[in-house]
Design a protein around this ligand. Structure first.
Ligand code: ZN
Ligand code: ZN
Length: 160
């Protein structure tokens, strides 16, 4: 296997994707619930209409991704794969957070997967807080293990 053309891109994409969960957690906790609360507020208060000011964050996170695509593409270096990792995380965030949890599109509704149930539950806990301060569960794909244990338990109870 060729390190530069196969292994390096794979590590760069995967590493960026995992790192982005940390970046998203930090941004959510310290920016969205901090100085940029203005943009995030309507995601917690559920106003009418399809779009939220909160959607601005998709545009904000697209900027470093586009930058990496353009410069990394031109120079044919690892930045291209970092850009791919950021874009893939954005896509995963959209599918998990906006479609699966908040159901902005009615694509998939029900699940018997303990991990997916746990993600949804943890984020619902985040949404219990309507204010800037306080709050918990700022992550998206990383979920505290106790939510997975609870989901497994409720699946077992359903089977009985
Ligand atoms: Zn929030
Ligand atoms: Zn949400």
């Amino acid at each position: 296997m060729d390190f530069v053309s196969v292994v390096l891109p794979f590590i760069a994409v995967l590493g960026t994707f995992v790192a982005m969960e940390g970046v998203a957690w930090l941004a959510h906790k310290y920016l969205m619930h901090g100085a940029m609360w203005y943009f995030h507020e309507d995601h917690h208060s559920h106003g009418p209409g399809f779009f939220e000011k909160n959607d601005a964050f998709f545009v904000i996170f697209a900027v470093p991704s586009a930058y990496c695509f353009i410069t990394g593409g031109a120079a044919a270096d690892v930045r291209l794969w970092i850009g791919v990792g950021i874009a893939l995380y954005g896509l995963a965030y959209f599918i998990v957070h906006d479609v699966f949890i908040h159901r902005r599109f009615k694509w998939f509704q029900r699940t018997n997967n303990a991990y997916l149930m746990a993600i949804r539950k943890a984020h619902k806990v985040h949404h219990k807080y309507l204010q800037k301060e306080g709050g918990e569960c700022f992550g998206m794909l990383f979920v505290p293990p106790r939510y997975i244990r609870e989901a497994r338990q409720s699946l077992r109870n359903k089977m009985k």
